[in-house]
Write a protein of this length. Structure first.
Length: 156
């Protein structure tokens, strides 16, 4: 019988990644031309882990940092988002096991400073952690975002 992998196991399973792919003609309408790095999950986690208390990073900044690291034009938007989600759940899993030194996933925002509703505990949990660190979370329409998030962005 197959046992479900833990979030930590998923985070550590690189499946042959990272790899650099040429952006196909079909994808170029959306992504431009050049090359795209498909990162390993642990690489996304390592960047998220480096964001200090009181600071923030967006998924787009993580993608840019990965692209620079690998000499690619862009970081893959799909896998980077999925791997940030896995890193967040692995951190939550570790916190539930009593570990204190976890990846501060709540400091990773979507583009435009928007909170990620798919992170553990949803908006309420992410909002709680951000407010604990002194950020003001505001609602704009259906989205929640960190007010003046640009001032707290970590330089990557």
């Amino acid at each position: 019988m197959n046992k479900q992998k833990s979030w930590k196991e998923k985070l550590l399973d690189s499946k042959g990644l990272p790899k650099i792919e040429r952006i196909t003609e079909t994808m170029s309408q959306r992504l431009g031309t050049g090359t795209m790095v498909i990162p390993a999950p642990i690489e996304v986690d390592e960047i998220m882990r480096q964001v200090p208390e009181g600071k923030l990073i967006t998924i787009n900044e993580i993608r840019a940092k990965l692209a620079r690291k690998h000499g690619a034009t862009i970081g893959c938007p799909l896998t980077t988002g999925i791997f940030a989600w896995i890193a967040a759940h692995a951190a939550d899993e570790e916190a539930r096991q009593g570990k204190k030194d976890i990846t501060p996933y709540w400091r990773t925002l979507k583009a435009g400073g928007v909170l990620n509703e798919k992170f553990p505990g949803g908006i309420e949990n992410v909002k709680f952690f951000l407010e604990q660190e002194g950020h003001k979370v505001v609602q704009k329409g259906k989205k929640f975002m960190v007010e003046n998030y640009e001032k707290a962005l970590v330089t990557v």
